[in-house]
Design a protein around this ligand. Structure first.
Ligand code: PMP
Length: 374
């Protein structure tokens, strides 16, 4: 099928695969934390090099990067491990479930928790943030870009408000890093999360940036790996793969962003032409170049996709498939449950061509039109 679900997962870059493969071979034996022999220290060196690549992508120092089992773990660690005792925790209404699901646990631990509302295009309400921060430090979690509607958040302005209030800022940067830059220093971030499989790297590996000097309680306890902040033997091959993916992203992100933006608008125009009542969700001016989220009023999008096995795309977020609830993101930007069931998310990526976009639009328009009046 034609793959248009790059916000759910990106294909492994061939250069990443080539970097990983030697580390999966029997000859690559060696626990990277057992560096008293050559097999161990060779693995440790490879992981150090990868850590430096991850750090370079976001403007951090290598010692500020912890490898994790993905961004879910990184987000959990930032919120559950990074909120100082008793501090309020503020998260935007459209954060990933791996952020929002931490809030009840934080509340049970005595943290006041607050949801930061967003406007109709998904942009966080900065006046509300200012009010929520009034006169007290807090941990704030605001994603760089949303994974369902693609909206880019005003991180610079939010960072300034956090700085003024003495708040710690965490940003889930999972979706932005293949097409946009985030600089942890410029934004003075305390925490930043990223994920390998949204960066043309491997699944099951991610990283958390923790600003030097920031207190954080570990969630995984054990053998003291990664300076006691995240126990567990690091998977050398996956770390090397994430490092390679970060190196490639740094080289490609600007050109990829330009190309994807043009493809996204081509796709939107083609869909709009065939489906005049189509509505766009998110922000065209401040949106991820590879993300188009649309609503076709009256459509049963999940049912439509059953008729289109030749297209791989999403309704709402892949992270919540299987749950019959309308997307919390589409609800937060004011869509009715009906409109949210009529919504499709198209995720374009490095391999997507103009021909792919034209074919996908033609198939969707034909299939939706064939269903007759809605
Ligand atoms: N945050 C965002 C914005 C995401 O899109 C995802 C992946 N759906 C995650 C966090 C979780 O990442 P992972 O799959 O690496 O656990």
């Amino acid at each position: 099928p034609l793959y248009l679900d790059h916000l759910a997962s990106t294909p492994l870059d061939p250069e990443v695969l080539a970097a990983i493969l030697p580390w999966l071979a029997p000859a690559a034996v060696g626990n990277p934390h057992a560096a008293r022999h050559q097999p161990g220290w060779r693995a440790a060196e490879a992981i150090d090099a990868a850590r430096a690549e991850v750090a370079a992508l976001v403007g951090a120092r290598p010692g500020e990067i912890l490898f994790t089992g993905g961004a879910t773990e990184a987000n959990n660690l930032a919120l559950l491990g990074g909120a100082p005792a008793g501090w309020p925790v503020i998260a935007s209404a459209i954060e990933h479930p791996s952020v929002l699901a931490c809030l009840p646990e934080l509340a049970a631990q005595g943290h006041p928790t607050e949801i930061l509302p967003v406007g109709r295009d998904g942009t966080a309400d900065l006046d509300a943030l200012k009010r929520l921060l009034a006169g007290r430090p807090a941990l704030v979690s605001l994603m760089a870009a949303n994974n369902e509607i693609g909206t880019l958040q005003p991180l610079e302005a939010a960072a300034q408000l956090c700085r003024d209030a003495g708040a710690l800022l965490h940003s889930d940067a999972v979706q932005i890093l293949s097409t946009g830059a985030v600089d942890v220093r410029a934004l003075d971030l305390a925490f930043l999360s990223l994920s390998g499989h949204k960066l043309y790297g491997p699944m099951g590996i991610g990283a958390l940036f923790v600003r030097e000097g920031t207190a954080m309680r570990p969630r995984l306890l054990g053998g003291g790996q990664q300076e006691d902040r995240r126990a567990g033997t690091l998977p050398t091959a996956l770390c090397v793969g994430l490092g390679a993916a970060c190196r490639i992203a740094r080289r490609r992100r600007t050109a990829d962003a330009t190309r994807l933006l043009a493809l996204r608008e081509r796709l939107f125009r083609a869909l709009r032409q065939g489906l005049p009542d189509l509505r766009r969700n998110g922000s065209a001016a401040h949106g991820l170049p590879g993300c188009l989220n649309v609503t076709v009023p009256g459509l049963d999008a999940a049912d439509l996709l059953l008729d289109l096995p030749e297209l791989a795309l999403s309704t709402g977020s892949a992270c919540s498939t299987g749950s019959p609830e309308p997307s919390h993101v589409l609800r937060a930007i004011g869509l009715s449950p009906e409109d949210s069931y009529g919504s499709l998310r198209l995720g374009l990526g490095r391999g997507t061509t103009e021909d792919d976009v034209d074919r996908a639009a033609a198939r969707l328009v034909a299939a939706i039109t064939a269903r007759g009046p809605r």
